[in-house]
Structures are given as C-alpha cells and as structure tokens.
Design a protein around this ligand. Sequence first.
Ligand code: KIV
Length: 279
Amino acid sequence: MHKSVKDILDKKKTGQKISVITAYDYTLASLCDKAGVDIMLVGDSAGMVMLGYESTIPVTMDQMVLFTEAVSRARQNSLVVADMPFMSYQASASDAIANSGRLIKAGADAVKLEGGKVVAQTIRAIVETGIPVMGHIGFQPQTTTLAQGYRVQGRTADTARTLIEDAKALEEAGAFSIALEMVTSEVSKIISETVSIPTIGIGSGRFCDGQVLVVHDVLGMYDKLKPKFVKQYLSLSDEITKAVSSYRSEVESAKFPAEENWFTMEKSELERLLKEIGR
Ligand code: KIV
C-alpha cells in the first residue's frame, strides 16, 4: 500500500522529515519510488526539464495528465502529487475542480497549486470535492517570473508578514501541506512553527518539515539553471554525454555491435535459404 496524506501529516506530528522529489516519467519515477521518497511531485517544472520551455507558463493540462499517468504507473510506495499548470485554476473554481479531477483520474493522490490568500477559496472548493491540495507560496514560478524574475521571498518584515498570513490562509482553506519556495530561512521557521500542516521547502532552509528538489538537479542532468539551493548528488549529464559519445564512436568504427549483440539462423536453415535464392 502506498503512502497516504495521513502518513505525511503524521510525519510532522512525530517530528520526522518529509522527502519529496519531482518525477515526470515512468523510468525515473520507478527509481525514485524504489529509493523510498515520501512524495513524488509531478511538477510543472516538467515544462522546462522535459519539454525545453523557458518557464513553466506554457505547460498544459494535457501534458500534466500524460506525466502524471506515467509517474503513477511507476509508483508503489510514494504519494503522488501533481501540479496544476498555469491557467488551469485561476479563472474559476469550476475550472479548478474539473482540472484537479483530471489529474486525480490520471493517478495523482493530490494536486498542488501556487498562490497565497488569493487562491484560498479555490483550494477550499477543491478540498470540498474530496481532493487533497498542497499549497505553494514564496517564489511562484507561474507568476513571479513574469513580475520580478527569480527572487528570494520574505527578506523584509512586510513581505514576511504577508507570507505568514498566506500560509495561515492555506491551512484554514484545508490544504494538507505547503511548498515554500525560496523563502528566507527565518520566515520558513516561523511558518513551520505556526501552521500544523507540513511545510516542504525548496531553497527555504532546514527548518521546513520536508524538502523538495527537482530530480534533474539532484542527478545533475539539467545545466541551464543552477540555483544556490540545489545539491547535486551525481553528474549524470557528463556521464550520459560520455556514454553516448562512446556508443557513437563504436558505431562509426564498427566495434558495435559485436557477436554477443546479434542473432543468428540455424546453419541448415541458412544453407537452405542460400540455395533457394541462388547464392
Ligand atoms: O514544479 C515544480 O517542480 C515545483 C517544485 C520545485 C516545488 O513546483
């Protein structure tokens, strides 16, 4: 049986940290699930690391459904949370309910959407249909990129107060957890101590109840952005480039394939064939 929302809530109650990693495809999701992470987040960061967009803004519901289906087919242990892409929940609560329902039908256990107080009513509407929601405050890639670029959030007392109020509003609306992106460590600590639901930090310091990173950053597979908060545990881009270039040069020099990589006919069948075709 895979993890449930209750298991995630219990982790905060018992003081255990929550591990979250993004996943978008069957193969990597199988490996992340096997590694025992608590949550696999089908993030709309898929738009950048899987589809090559400059931001998450172009990502569509159809694309998120496809990624969510692939990840949920791989999952045996983790909770699967899927991101609601830009404009899938902002226009109306009924859009939000219909689109979150599509992600649940695709195999997600919960959805995540960006915003503070302004999306509290939307979150309440989704939760009332029975769908668990993770909030997302601090740096919000779907909108902050347009307005201000990548910026740490909560450096001043005023912005910090807004973040704390946003977190409380999401908890009151029924969110089961809140992602805190690029929030100062001091403010993340206050929020984590103020709300009873788990906070999941990305670039928000060690006082959050859990941490999330993009799997391509952890594995060193995406070189376009290298934020300070990322810890790279492998350099897969170098390893992959090296492996593919060895393959290319072995194809060019006819070293690959070798005898162990091909199939052969029975000798008698070959002789019969050669006779029949006159060779
Ligand atoms: O889309 C994403 O990957 C995210 C996380 C990094 C929080 O929203």
